[in-house]
Ligand binder design. Structure first.
Ligand SMILES: [Zn+2]
Length: 340
């Protein structure tokens, strides 16, 4: 019997110190000291059946253990209560934790800057649909069916909407805008465009900004002034532009626009990661609006003319921050996004 008593005591000490909640402690208490089934209570109930000479000693020992266990339980209970109290304590004078504030995506930030810079040059912001019909995305822009330019831009056709595409360029906004507005006007149209293309420098969805100015006696000189003023503010104050003759169906003449390297200017250095020694970075296309495009929206090209341009937004942000993989913009990795 004495052995049993020691066993109960050592188990009790173990269990009580291991208890992690008040409920757990109560359960242990019932298990040991519970009047009906408690292990110690059951043991003490056997004392009267012991030989007479053993009874007093056993009874005394039993009561000592019972007292010890009761004390242990009440100490542990106090521990829990103190911990609870300290959790409830609220220090009103402590400085509040800094809230985490989100910010715009680097692409959205750049679009806002573009809108601001062109806004100061008198350009309004125009918007158009991302799913558009063949007429606005191709035909009205002087890109008829079977035109090779349709193959240049690998297109997503919309399955259950006849002759509708995810727009391949923001130029569709030109058509929508000119159908509804009388010149003279100056607009820019930033937005998403879609092409079947995906690698380090191409994404199936990317952003463009389209510009259009229609007035009387507009020339390439106006185009150059507008682009140079805007890009010097957006990319680098020493930026120079180089125009190369090109071909787009919706402009005539058409130009490829190159910007000087923001790192080494027009003296490209071989080790430069941005221009790789070429000094020039292709940044967009431009030109004088083709008379057919004006005709398609009902404008008299003998009276009105103007220029149009288009730039990839991602490309400009990549040049500005020397980012080498375009896909990083869309991976939502905070380590990348928080740098802007
Ligand atoms: Zn360079």
């Amino acid at each position: 019997m004495k052995k049993n008593l020691e066993e109960i005591k050592s188990t009790a000490i173990q269990q009580i110190s291991a208890a992690t909640t008040l409920d757990e402690l109560h359960e242990i208490e019932v298990e040991i000291l519970g009047r009906k089934q408690g292990s110690l209570s059951l043991l003490l109930r056997k004392v009267p059946s012991l030989p007479v000479e053993e009874r007093p000693e056993m009874g005394k020992q039993g009561n000592i253990v019972k007292k010890e266990i009761t004390q242990l339980i009440s100490n542990k209970q106090k521990e829990f209560e103190n911990a609870e109290e300290s959790e409830e304590f609220f220090d009103f004078s402590a400085p509040s934790p800094k809230p985490k504030i989100g910010k715009s995506h680097p692409i959205s930030q750049f679009i806002r800057e573009v809108e601001d810079v062109f806004g100061r040059l008198g350009f309004d912001i125009a918007d158009g649909p991302e799913i558009d019909d063949e007429h606005h995305n191709f035909n009205a822009l002087n890109i008829p069916e079977h035109h090779p330019a349709r193959e240049m831009q690998d297109t997503f056709w919309v399955k259950n909407l006849k002759k509708h595409v995810l727009r391949t360029q923001t130029s569709n906004v030109q058509i929508h805008f000119m159908e509804k507005n009388e010149p003279p006007f100056r607009i820019i149209a930033p937005g998403k465009v879609f092409r079947k293309d995906s690698d380090a420098t191409h994404s199936p969805m990317f952003h463009q900004v389209e510009g259009l100015m229609i007035d009387k006696n507009i020339s390439l000189a106006n185009l150059k002034f507008v682009l140079l003023s805007a890009l010097r503010e957006l990319i680098s104050p020493d930026l120079e532009l180089r125009f190369r003759l090109s071909y787009f169906p919706f402009t005539e003449p058409s130009l490829e626009v190159d910007a000087s390297c923001p790192i080494c200017g027009t003296n490209g250095k071989k080790e430069c990661r941005v221009c790789k020694g070429t000094s020039w970075l292709e940044i967009g296309g431009a030109g004088m609006v083709h008379p057919n495009v004006l005709k398609n929206v009902g404008l008299d090209s003998s009276q009105w003319n103007g220029f149009a341009f288009g730039f990839g937004i991602e490309r400009q942000v990549m040049i500005r921050h020397q980012i080498n993989d375009l896909r990083q913009f869309y991976e939502n990795d905070l380590r990348f996004l928080e740098q802007f």
